[in-house]
Design a protein around this ligand. Structure first.
Ligand code: NI
Length: 157
């Protein structure tokens, strides 16, 4: 395993749409293992592959000591609303309020290509939504109710 470099907001790779994963092979497993090590080394709750410069639809999360790998994730149900301050390993120092669904159900594939469905509430739901946004080139500051404050402090987009 290896810690990979987390790219920061302002890097164009964070604004691209990631591609669907088709090969469930050793390269994928290596990437997933590296992402896990990178996330823990940075005290993150989640990490998306584009944050390490790989434009593939891969995210990992660790909320309430539950570690999950999601390949090609898609939100299939959502309900409720929840507002909390969130941050991002690609956006150092700034935390801002974002409205997210309170509860989501996501379908995804595991590292071997097998499908599963996961329902999460509150922080698990928030974290998965945040990471899936990364796969679509969206960073939380785009959606934050505190975006003006971020921009006024000179934050990059
Ligand atoms: Ni993030």
């Amino acid at each position: 395993m290896a810690i990979r470099k987390v790219i920061k907001i302002g890097d164009n790779n964070l604004r691209k749409t990631s591609k669907v994963v088709k090969d469930f092979d050793e390269d994928l497993w290596q990437l997933l293992d590296d992402m896990k090590e990178t996330m823990y080394a940075n005290d993150g709750m989640g990490l998306a592959a584009p944050q390490v410069g790989i434009l593939r639809r891969i995210v990992i999360v660790d909320v309430n000591n539950m570690f999950v790998e999601l390949i090609n994730p898609e939100i299939i149900e959502q309900e409720g609303k929840d507002i909390e301050k969130e941050g991002c390993l690609s956006v150092g120092g700034f935390k801002g309020r974002v409205e997210r669904p309170y509860k989501i159900t996501v379908k995804a594939l595991d590292r071997y290509g097998y499908p599963f469905v996961l329902t999460g509430e509150k922080w698990l739901a928030r974290c998965i939504c945040h990471e899936i946004d990364h796969l679509n080139g969206i960073i939380f500051v785009d959606k934050s109710m505190d975006k003006m404050e971020y921009l006024q402090k000179g934050g990059k987009i």
